[in-house]
Each structure stands twice: as C-alpha cells, then as structure tokens.
Design a protein around this ligand. Sequence first.
Ligand SMILES: NC(=O)C1=CN([C@@H]2O[C@H](COP(=O)(O)OP(=O)(O)OC[C@H]3O[C@@H](n4cnc5c(N)ncnc54)[C@H](O)[C@@H]3O)[C@@H](O)[C@H]2O)[C@@H](O)CC1
Ligand SMILES: Nc1ncnc2c1ncn2[C@@H]1O[C@H](COP(=O)(O)OP(=O)(O)O)[C@@H](O)[C@H]1O
Ligand SMILES: [K+]
Length: 489
Amino acid sequence: MPPYPLALLTPEESDMMDHAASAVVPVAQLMENAGWAVARAIRKRFQKCRVAVVCGPGNNGGDGYVVARLLARWGWSVRVVAMGAPKEGRPAFVAASGWGGPVLPFEKASLEGIDLLVDAVFGSGLKRPVSDDVAEMLAAVPRRVAIDMPSGVSGETGEVLGQAQGCALTVTFVRPRPGHFLEPGRGLCGELVCADIAMPEQAWSGLTPKISFNWPGLWELPVSGEGDYKYRRGVVSVCGGAVMPGATRLAARAARRTGAGLVRIAARKAAEAYRLGDPGLIIDDQPLGSLLEDLRRKVWICGPGLTPEEVSEVLPALLAAKKTVLADAGALAWGAEDLSRLKGVAAVTPHIGEFKKLFGPVTGSRTEAALNAARELNAVMVMKGADTIIAAPDGRIAINAHATSALATAGSGDTLTGVIGTLMAAGMETWEACCAGVWLHGEAGIQAARDHGGWPVAEDLDLPLGEARSVATELSKADLSKNPVAALL
Ligand SMILES: NC(=O)C1=CN([C@@H]2O[C@H](COP(=O)(O)OP(=O)(O)OC[C@H]3O[C@@H](n4cnc5c(N)ncnc54)[C@H](O)[C@@H]3O)[C@@H](O)[C@H]2O)[C@@H](O)CC1
Ligand SMILES: Nc1ncnc2c1ncn2[C@@H]1O[C@H](COP(=O)(O)OP(=O)(O)O)[C@@H](O)[C@H]1O
Ligand SMILES: [K+]
C-alpha cells in the first residue's frame, strides 16, 4: 500500500527516497521505469513527430536517454542533444549506453527542424540559476515536455532560478513536489502527470513528509446526522462594523451556507445597517461584554468589514474572554502596527500583501515563511493567493491548488472566513478546518464560475457551498492509499 498518498515531496526528501531505494533496487531500474512513464505520456498526447531530448549531466538526463530509446523504438524520429557524456559508473551512464542513436552537441543548430523538445536538463537536482545558454536552447523549440520539472523551476518553492521555459506537459514520479503547485512553477508545468515507478516501500522508511496536497482525506468534515441541532452544528459570531457592513455580511452568509447552525453578527451601534439583510441572521446590538458571556459562542470572526479602529474596540475583549478567533482583513491591518495585538488568535488569513505588512518581505520559500509566521504568532497561517499555503505551528503544511482565478474578486476572502469559521465552530481542529475551508471555498468558486459564465461575484460564492461540502464528503470516502495524489491531478 503506498504510504502518504497526499504527500508532496521536497527535492531533499526525494533524494532521501532515492538513496533509501538504492539499497533495494538499482537506481538505473527506477530510471528505466521513469523513462517508460514519460515516453508513454508523450505517446498518448502527441502525434508522432521529430523529437529532441535535451539531456543534462545528472539523473534527469538519464531519464531522458531512456525516453529517447523508447520513442525511437516506437518509430519516432529522435535525437539526443547532450550537455556532456554521463560519467562512467553513474546510473545515467547505463541509460546512455542503451541509446544507440545520434548525440548532438549542446548548441542551437542541433535543434533545427525539431517539433517537440523533451527537457531532461535539470530536475530535482537543480542547485543554482540556469545559465543563458541552457535557457536559449530550451526556448528554441516552442513545444516542450519536462521530465520531473521544467528546468529552472525549483521543486521546493516553485520559484524560477535564473530562467525557465513553460512546458505543455510535465511528468513527475512517485509524488509531486511543492513546486508543481506553487506559482510560478505551477503555471510553467502545463499538464502535470505523476507516474508510479514502482518505488519500493522501503524507500519511504525514515521519511516523514512535511507538506501535503490539500484534498478531502487530509481532513474529514463533520457529518450531519438525524439528531443534529443548531448548537451541535456550531455557532459562528461575526464582528460587524459601521463602515463596510457588506464584507461582514458576506462572511456571515458564507457561514450559514457552509452549514453553521446559527450565525450572529455583533453589530453594536451599527445594528440597523444589518437588520435589513438576510432574515435568518441574528443581529445583536448589545455591548460586546454581555455577548461574550454566552459560552455557546466560542468561535468569532474578526476583521471582515471592520476598520482597524473598530477592531481595536473588540479584538482585545475577544482574546481576553479566550474566544477562538479567526482574524482577517481589518484585524490584520490593526495587527500590522504591532504583531503582539494578534497573539492569542487561532488563525489568520492574510493575502500576500497583508502577510508582508505583518511579517516583512518574503524571500525564498513561501511555505517556510508561512510556517515561520505560524510559529511566531502561534496560530494557523492561511497565506492566500492563486496558490494558498496553510501552515500550523506544529509543522504541518498544506498547499491548495483546488481553486480558480474566478475567485480573484473583492469579497471572496470574506466568504472564506465564513467557511473556515463554520468548520472551526463545528469542532474541527484549527489547521484541518483551515485546509478544508480553503478547499470548499475553491470548489465553490469552481462551481460558481461554471454557473456564471466564468465571472462570478462574491455574492455568488456562498450558494454553491452546500454542494461543495457534499462533494468533499463524497471524495473523502475514496481509498487514498489506492489512489494517491497522482490520480487526483
Ligand atoms: N525518486 C525519483 O523521483 C526518481 C528520480 N529520477 C530522476 O532523477 C532526477 C534527479 O537527478 P539528480 O539528483 O542527478 O539531479 P539533476 O539531474 O536534476 O541535476 C543534477 C546535476 O546538475 C547540476 N546542476 C544543478 N543545477 C545546475 C545549473 N543551474 N547549471 C548547471 N548545472 C547544474 C548538478 O551539479 C548535478 O551535476 C529527477 O529529477 C528525476 O528526473 C529518476 O531517474 C528515478 C527516480
Ligand atoms: N488567481 C487565483 N486563483 C485562485 N484563487 C484565488 C486567485 N486569486 C484570489 N484567489 C482567492 O480568492 C480569495 C481572495 O481573498 P482576498 O485577497 O482577501 O480578497 P478580498 O479581501 O477582496 O475578499 C483568497 O481566498 C484567494 O486565495
Ligand atoms: K527537466
């Protein structure tokens, strides 16, 4: 049974795996399996054409020699363009010896007349920025397939080291890397295939992957039964302000559509502005202090629709009352002046701009930055964007790619807080609630885009949340051990 079905392996973890595997099976055999997987994926998607496999100095290049051999065997016109001959005794040497066709020098002239380029230059061994000559070679043929990673894309961070050329297809092995799902890497990979190369189970020993692909099965949603009642489903309280009631209402609506048993807005002096809204919402106008005494009101959303000043009037009281607080928007702006103001919140949901104001510039790995920030604040960090990273202080990290650019519309973040708040109120552990909330929000965005010609607005996002919840519940029944992340792409 394959372990860690939802793991995303960093290049370092992948190296550890290769090393452990080599005690059981020759690396050249894994390379052979990898090459088969790539050649099959190419055959399935492209018409027979003139192919150049551009091979680098390491095992990525080794995989390339296998691909060249197989495609040629199947009647394709193939040439290898090599950066240099693999060293004797290395697994790539074995693969290269199996290639009996032409090996051309590493120069652009070698690519004349080529229809499809197989990028076997660098994979998970990429260590430094890709030089101009390599980048120019790869750019010379517009149709490209990458083995493992488009050369230049960091498997760990998705960043481009030097330069990288986008590919139509990327075939990786065993489990994907974080860089396959983190922008800009994700956009450069094109279609992603993750192939099973019969990695022996022993190769997993000693490995505890830190990063997961966010998908049902990583978490489970609470199931509603016959005996359900509103307090069991969970009470979500949202702080309301006087200036931007729309954002607060979006969060509250999303909470109700996600299945909260009861949603209340603590509107204080602004209560009238909210009372004209949805009839199922409860609007409180009492002073916050009296509302905090209600022990059923554990989970509070603070920030959407609030000015920093309004946040300053409520957040300290929520924290002093030991409420479970999800902080967003205005609360993050208030916290940016002094991070200690957020100490005690359970989770924060900044987009990258808010994140930088809170924690400073992000250089290098965003997953690491998110984790460090989660530890600094001792709260779950949801770093939002086209890719969303969810990090817990205990080291768990998930990357969400189940979303759509249709979510890039004002108010969509407010909806997300309502979704996450509901799952927290239903009793889910905070990191899992955040992961699940981000996935449901993405699924709702995908459905809303389908229903609204690709251009939903934030008000359209809450309606599909119930359906999204059903889809997630259904998907989480799949036996992931037989259906690892590869099959979910
Ligand atoms: N477990 C797996 O997933 C398997 C991986 N295999 C392949 O093995 C690859 C990793 O092999 P390697 O560790 O040999 O790494 P690579 O083949 O990616 O590259 C390593 C070599 O490139 C050099 N290098 C790195 N960056 C450079 C740069 N910017 N400019 C010039 N030279 C640079 C390094 O010094 C080293 O010599 C994977 O990407 C995959 O294709 C398969 O062969 C078998 C199984
Ligand atoms: N290109 C994109 N692809 C996928 N999801 C996106 C994209 N752009 C934005 N999102 C998602 O939409 C939401 C936007 O939230 P946020 O930036 O707080 O907006 P607002 O404050 O206007 O509501 C986040 O959950 C983010 O992950
Ligand atoms: K490559």
